[in-house]
Design a protein around this ligand. Structure first.
Ligand code: HEM
Length: 348
């Protein structure tokens, strides 16, 4: 049986183990306008801090390594945090701004789409920032630390290690209103997903490769409940769910009144291992979200799923390339950005 870290989310994670057990004994085992306007890409560089903080990657690595040991869920939490940062107004640390006191303008984190972002991701960035500020004061942005930490966690979970380009400045704003139209929903259509990714300069191949991040991590029931009992008003489950998976998910997620903290693993075979099993699962109708399974059902993306299911090296290369592309989206330079001492607050 897997051991779980003693954190607030540990209980709900344990519910996920039930699903794993059932399925796999071996495991035991910029508002609407902002959405339409594509911010420009700015060149980042590998040696951006060569003079000012040459050991940056090592400093961040010392924190991510420790976090991974004490709390492996930091991996999916931080990778998702990076995605939600980049898609809303660019990779600029805007997601890290903490909600203000009652009555203050809402920030990205206040929105329902971001409410379930794992606290472990934020903790990791805050710890890494504190260490980096103590070694290289006033130099490194929170946005760069987030990009590096996400890469570290991909690698620590078994995925590829790739070089992260740097030079992002932190945003001066964090706008709640930009969230809704810039993040995909668990019931988005393929046209919507392809369109949204295209607005960020990401191709259909990137969409499939980056969705491979769902090879680790968990989802709350409400994101896939619509598939389990009354799919699109048919009063029947989604015909594209594997019957064994369906049964396991129905046991954990009742149609009404279930525990809202319960989560299910995206990859029932190896939920903590960054591998290409996600794509094999899609071929076996074991995708958790409608949007996951749709990648295999849609003829535009199915061939990419088939290729990545066969070829782990290709998945790793495509994922690394996708993260590099996504990581350069909407980057702020110079006076368009700020330097924060504390990632959760704008500088004054
Ligand atoms: C393609 C459209 C996508 C949709 C519709 C989507 C949707 C979701 C949803 C609904 C969850 C579960 C949240 C919860 O219940 O707490 C989730 C989790 C996650 N997503 Fe995505 N996502 C997408 C793409 C991505 C991309 C591009 C990445 C990263 C590159 C990513 C990384 C993750 C990770 C790692 C988790 C697990 C988080 C955890 O366990 O803490 N997702 N996603």
């Amino acid at each position: 049986m897997a051991s779980y870290p003693a954190s607030a989310s540990a209980l709900s994670r344990c519910a996920a183990v039930l699903i794993l057990f059932f399925l796999n004994n071996a495991w035991y085992a910029e508002c609407y306008a902002a959405a339409r306007k594509t911010p420009t890409r700015h060149p980042l560089s590998l040696d951006f801090y060569a003079k000012t903080c040459p050991q940056l990657d090592q400093f961040v690595a010392s924190v991510t390594r420790q976090q991974f040991q004490t709390s492996p869920v930091s991996s999916p939490a931080t990778i998702r945090l990076f995605f939600h940062d980049c898609f809303v107004g660019g990779c600029d640390g805007s997601i890290l701004i903490a909600p203000g006191p009652r009555g203050s303008p809402p920030v990205e984190r206040d929105m329902p789409e971001n409410r379930n972002l794992g606290p472990e991701g934020f903790e990791t960035i805050n710890q890494a920032k504190a260490l980096v500020e103590s070694k290289c004061p006033g130099v490194v942005s929170c946005a760069d630390i987030l990009a590096i930490a996400a890469r570290d966690f991909v690698h620590l979970a078994g995925g590829p290690y790739y070089a992260v380009k740097k030079g992002r400045r932190d945003s001066r704003v964090s706008q709640a209103a930009w969230v809704k139209f810039n993040l995909p929903r668990s019931n988005s259509t393929m046209d919507e997903l392809i369109g949204l990714f295209a607005k960020k300069g990401l191709s259909q191949e990137d969409l499939v490769a980056l969705s491979g991040a769902h090879t680790i991590g968990f989802s709350h029931c409400h994101h896939f409940l619509g598939r389990l009992y009354d799919f699109q008003g048919t009063r029947r489950p989604d015909p594209a769910i594997n019957p064994r998976l369906l049964k396991a998910l129905q046991m954990s997620c009742p149609p009404y009144g279930g525990n809202t903290d319960v989560v299910a693993p995206f990859d029932v075979q190896t939920p903590f291992s960054f591998d290409h099993a996600y794509y094999g699962n899609l071929q076996s109708q074991m995708g958790l979200l409608l949007t996951d399974q749709a990648l295999f059902l849609d003829p535009r993306t199915r061939p990419v799923v088939q290729t990545l299911a066969k070829d782990k090296a290709k998945f790793f290369a495509s994922f690394a390339a996708g993260m590099d592309k996504m990581g350069s989206f909407g980057v702020k330079k110079g006076r368009r950005g700020e330097h924060r001492m504390d990632c959760t607050r704008h500088s004054v």
